[in-house]
Design a protein around this ligand. Structure first.
Ligand code: BTN
Length: 265
């Protein structure tokens, strides 16, 4: 995949721009990055607050040749790419199904994958938001979300040798560029695994190694206004989440927000 990057000062949404470029015929590998978004989108129609230089706002155009049933794995492979990018900063991320990246149980990054039928075939836009600074978080958000700056400042001894975590680097716009480069490298690596031999199985295996949500976690998910409660029990071959319920039956969750349940002792 050849990478071409277009960077903007301000966009409504990098996903909207990438969708537009894909419809105009952009090749796979076009990356759109903005310093701020005025209409950043999250999943389920939510807003993604995108203040200037407070986060990485990134979208990439993919034109996958995968079987349709494996398309949801693009979200999982993107989550792994974000996870591995944060590991390069010496953070210890977790992936909450399906696409929330957490550090110390707080959300640091989200992924919004969208599709478009174009003259060149199906395009998938993977949009990634990674929070770099949390100084403007409201108290409610600060309870559930975190940022690279906050997490690095809490580390006992930041590793000055790591290219992404040189002291002071986060204070500069250069950091966002380095983060975008590291993320792109990880996306290229994982997308090539997904497209290779036994790709879907290998992506699920890689996801298993990085997520405490893969199995044995008490969770609740609301699906069509009904709560599914149980213990996570692995993923289906298309990435759907298996939840073993108290009566022993397994619910297969294709989409929804997973909430961790804390077991009272
Ligand atoms: C979520 O967790 O709800 C997904 C958030 C995705 C946000 C990113 S920021 C870059 C790209 N452009 C958007 O408008 N959204 C995604």
């Amino acid at each position: 995949m050849n990478i071409t990057a277009l960077t903007f000062d301000t966009l409504d949404s990098t996903n909207t721009e990438a969708l537009k470029q894909a419809r105009l015929g952009a090749d796979e590998g076009l990356c759109i990055v903005a310093r701020q978004q005025t209409a950043g989108r999250g999943r389920h129609g939510r807003k993604w607050v995108s203040e200037k230089d407070a986060g990485l706002y990134f979208s990439i155009v993919l034109r996958p040749k995968l079987e349709t049933k494996h398309l949801p794995l693009i979200t999982l492979m993107s989550g792994i790419a974000v996870h591995d990018t944060l590991v390069e900063l010496n953070l210890k991320p977790d992936i909450k199904w399906v696409n929330d990246i957490l550090v110390n149980e707080k959300k640091i990054s989200g992924i919004l994958a969208e599709t478009a039928e174009t003259d060149k075939g199906l395009a998938v836009i993977v949009g990634v938001g990674i929070t770099i600074k949390s100084s403007n978080f409201s108290p409610e958000i600060a309870n559930i979300a975190t940022s690279i700056e906050q997490e690095i400042s809490q580390q006992p001894a930041p590793a000055a040798t790591e290219p992404l975590s040189e002291p002071g680097a986060i204070a500069t716009g250069v950091f966002g560029e380095r983060l975008a480069t590291a993320l792109t490298d990880n996306l290229i690596r994982l997308y090539s695994i997904l497209n290779g031999k036994n790709g879907p199985e290998r992506i699920i295996e890689q996801w298993r190694k990085r997520s405490t949500y893969f199995s044995g976690k008490s969770v609740r998910v609301v699906v069509e206004n009904e709560a599914v409660i149980g213990t996570t029990d692995g993923l289906e071959e298309n990435g759907a989440l298996r939840i073993r319920q108290e009566d022993g039956t397994v619910a297969i969750i294709q989409a929804g927000d997973v909430e961790r349940l804390r077991v009272e002792k």
